[in-house]
Ligand binder design. Structure first.
Ligand code: IFM
Length: 443
C-alpha cells in the first residue's frame, strides 16, 4: 500500500558551504573559523579539513544535475561568508559573488528553487578575532553581509534561511567547544544566543525591506528531551529546562518576543531595552532539522543541572551512534503545531550516517539508510494526518561530505563521493528518494 504526501508537497535537498565546497585557496576566499579549528591538532578526526571537501566549488554543475536527476525542485545551500567578504566586513570579493551567482543561475536553469542560507557555521576568522558571536557588533556585521547578498542575489532567491541550527552555534560552539570556535564558556553561549536572535531579526527586516514577499525563516534542530525509563521520577522535571535551552531560547523570542521563564535569569544580563520587541518577527516558515531523541539525566557540578546520556539499548543506531526514532520526529512536528501556532514547516534536514561499502562496481546498496528514511517519512505523514502544517522535506544530504569534528569518516549522502577521485556515485537511497519524490508517496 502506498502512502501519499499532500498535493503540492515540496521536495528538495540540503547541503552547506564548508562541508562541500573546498576551493579554499581559490579566488581570494578568506579563512573561516572552521579552517582555524581544523588546523588545531586534535580537534577533527584524522586531521581532516574542508580545503578540498567535495570540490563543489569546481564541480557544482555536476552536483546540480544530480539534484535535478533526483527530481528535487528545491535546494537549500549556504553561502560561505568569507568567500564573499574575506575580512567579514568591508571589501567585497567579487569572484566569490560570481560563484554564487553562477550557482543560483544554474539552479534556475534546471528549474530548482534556490533556498539561500546565510549562515551554516563558517564565520570569517577575521570576525572571530574581533570577538565573533560574543561581540554585539556582529548584529551590524551580519546586517551588512545580508544586505550584500540580498542586493546581489536577491532577485533570484526564492526562499531565505537566516541561520542553520543557531542552537548548535551557541551550545556546541561556545559551551561544549566541540565545534568552532571551540569555546567552553556557558555565559558566553547565552550571550551568543541573544546575538544570534538579534541577527535573525535584523536579516529578516533587511530581506523584507528589499523583497517583501520573499519567504524568510530559520532552521532549528529541535531537541525533544526524554528520561531513561528507570529514572523517570528523578529526571522528569528537567525535560522542560532542557527543551527551553535547546528549542525555546530560539523559538520563543521570535514567535512570542520573550525568553522561556526557566532560562530568563541566564539571558537577562545580555538583553538591552527594546531587544525582545526587535527579535519578535513573523516567520514565513519554520525550518526543522531532525535526527535523534535526546536522553538526559540529572547532573551536578555542570553548567546546567542535566547531562546527555546514552538512549536505551533497544533503539537501532546510525553510524554516529544516534538512536533512530521516527516517533521523536513526529513529536517535534506536534510541538510546532501545538505550541507555536502551526507554522508552515519545511523539514530542512533529516538523514543518517551509515557504513557505506561500495560494491565492485562502486554502487552502494544502503538499505539501512532507506529503512531510516522510510521510518522518518512515515512519522511525517502521521503528523500531517493530524494537522501538522508540514509542507516540504529536504534529506540531509545530497553528497557525502565533511562531517565537522568527525571529518570524512561519517557519510550522510544520497550520493557517494570518492574523496580520492571526487567521483560521485548515486547510492540505492538516491533511487529510493527519487521514487518517493516522483510518486509523491512512500512505497
Ligand atoms: O552535517 C550536519 C549539518 O551540517 C547540520 N545538521 C546536522 C548534520 C549531521 O550532523
Amino acid at each position: 500500500m502506498t502512502k501519499s504526501f499532500p498535493d503540492g508537497f515540496r521536495w528538495g535537498v540540503s547541503t552547506s558551504s564548508y562541508q562541500i565546497e573546498g576551493g579554499a585557496d581559490d579566488d581570494g576566499r578568506g579563512d573561516s573559523i572552521w579552517d582555524t579549528y581544523c588546523a588545531t591538532p586534535g580537534r577533527v578526526a584524522n586531521g581532516d579539513n574542508g580545503r578540498v571537501a567535495c570540490d563543489h566549488y569546481h564541480l557544482w554543475a555536476e552536483d546540480l544535475d544530480l539534484i535535478k536527476g533526483l527530481g528535487a525542485r528545491h535546494y537549500r545551500f549556504s553561502v560561505m561568508w568569507p568567500r564573499v567578504l574575506p575580512e567579514g566586513t568591508g571589501k567585497v570579493n567579487e569572484t566569490g559573488i560570481d560563484f554564487y551567482s553562477r550557482l543560483v543561475d544554474g539552479m534556475l536553469e534546471r528549474d530548482i528553487d534556490p533556498w539561500l542560507c546565510l549562515y551554516h557555521w563558517d564565520l570569517p576568522q577575521a570576525l572571530q578575532d574581533r570577538g565573533g558571536w560574543t561581540n554585539r557588533d556582529i548584529v551590524d556585521w551580519f546586517g551588512d553581509y545580508t544586505e550584500l547578498l540580498v542586493t546581489r542575489l536577491g532577485d533570484r532567491i526564492k526562499s531565505w534561511v537566516t541561520f542553520n541550527e543557531p542552537n548548535v552555534v551557541a551550545w556546541v560552539g561556545h559551551e561544549e567547544g566541540r565545534h568552532a570556535p571551540g569555546i567552553t564558556d556557558p555565559r558566553a553561549a547565552m550571550r551568543v544566543t541573544h546575538h544570534l536572535n538579534l541577527c535573525h531579526a535584523r536579516a529578516t527586516r533587511i530581506i523584507k525591506h528589499h523583497y517583501p514577499d520573499a519567504p524568510v525563516g530559520f532552521v532549528l534542530p529541535m531537541h525533544k528531551g526524554y528520561t531513561l525509563p528507570h529514572r523517570r521520577e528523578q529526571d522528569a522535571h528537567l525535560i522542560e529546562l532542557f527543551e527551553a535551552k535547546w528549542n525555546g531560547a530560539f523559538l520563543d523570542p521570535v514567535y512570542y518576543g520573550r525568553y522561556p521563564e526557566l532560562i530568563l535569569d541566564r539571558m537577562e544580563p545580555h538583553i538591552r531595552p527594546g531587544d525582545l520587541e526587535a527579535i519578535r518577527t513573523d516567520v514565513d516558515f519554520q525550518g526543522l532539522n531532525q535526527y535523534f531523541p535526546s536522553y538526559i539525566q540529572a547532573a551536578e557540578g555542570k553548567a546546567w543541572p542535566f547531562q546527555h546520556v546514552e538512549p536505551p539499548k533497544y533503539f537501532r543506531r546510525t553510524e554516529m551512534g544516534w538512536a533512530i526514532d521516527g516517533d521523536c520526529f513526529y513529536r517535534t512536528m506536534k510541538i510546532l503545531q501545538e505550541n507555536y501556532g502551526n507554522p508552515p514547516v519545511f523539514v530542512t534536514e533529516n538523514g543518517g550516517a551509515f557504513t557505506d561499502v561500495p560494491g565492485h562496481n562502486g554502487h552502494v546498496d544502503d538499505q539501512d539508510r532507506i529503512a531510516y528514511y522510510t521510518e522518518y517519512l512515515d512519522a511525517l505523514l502521521r503528523a500531517v494526518s493530524e494537522g501538522a502544517n508540514v509542507q516540504g522535506y529536504m534529506p540531509w544530504s545530497l553528497l557525502d561530505n565533511f562531517e565537522w569534528a568527525y571529518g570524512y569518516d561519517k557519510r550522510f549522502g544520497l550520493v557517494h563521493v570518492d574523496y580520492e577521485t571526487l567521483k560521485r556515485t548515486p547510492k540505492a537511497s538516491y533511487e529510493f528518494m527519487r521514487n518517493v519524490i516522483t510518486q509523491n508517496a512512500l512505497p
